[in-house]
Ligand binder design. Sequence first.
Ligand code: SPD
Length: 350
Amino acid sequence: MSILKEIARIVEERSGIITYERSIYRILQAIKMTNDIWEIVSIAEEPLPLVTETINVLKERGFVKINNGIYLTENGKKLLQDLEVEDLIEYKCKTCNGKGIDLEQFKNLYEEFLEIQKNRPEPVREYDQGYITPISTVARVVFATSRGDIKNKDVIILGDDDLVSIAVALTNLAKRVVVLDIDKRLIDFIKNVSNDYNLDIEAFVFDLREPLPDEYVKNFDTFITDPPETLPGFKAFISKGLVTLKGERCAGYFGLTRVESSLNKWLEFQKYLIESNVVITDIIKDFSEYVNWGFVEETKAWKLIPYKKKPDTYWYKSYLFRIETLRGYKAENSRISDEAFYQDVEGSCT
Ligand code: SPD
């Protein structure tokens, strides 16, 4: 059995996450490029518990040593040579940072948003919060605008610690902006900004586990959300989003990570979209970068990492997805059990 296969088998057995030889190869690539655990997870694009378990096995086999970082031993360096492990170089556009949009025309909007968000409420663990950088929020809105989903449209945001509602309203393009969030601190903040800047945002405290009241059903052209990454959590948020849409050829936006979801889980998410008769029109890698949240020491990730150091770069990123409803699409407006929001084996950042 090849060494990659052997390690993959052990990691899969211990972590409970499907592990491929390529998963181990990618982690070796990442270790070749950086010593920082958070960066390794980010570069490898495998769920954090799979990465940390792989590092445990590599350490047991004498391929790496841990000293406030992950370092290859002489044996480890030889392993990389034998496997001909290559660097993973991203030839990303330096102007748009890979987002694929030009923000030049929205410079003023960005500066205004940057100022407004300075006093925003900080993320709390209870609601699995963790917001994206201001530039990521503005880019999301500009991207949706470029796809024709904002101008003269009724837009709803389901869960909004990213303050997307404020950025949408600042464009002055949407017909209507509605935001629902369980966190009263956020809704109060958005309402105050809306009053101060005359933005006309309709903001309500609402627990998305509950069925949506009639006034939000079939009333919007576009929904934007950032779902929890368990399968029930994803279904819950996306089906609620679909319920809000007026009909066929309406759009939805959401982010998905590789830190908390393996490609096998992505496949489950995509199967759900197909079953719902919804099509993915766009996927953009690392579109959103998350500002490191204050409660990292309370998370499963903290317990799993092999040495304790807080992240000092934006390591947690999500891909941006755009979907469209097609004829005969299905959406469910039911009550969702709390199970939806529990972490699965791949999650670690709550
Ligand atoms: N609690 C850490 C940050 C969680 C942010 N969740 C993002 C999910 C993207 N689908």
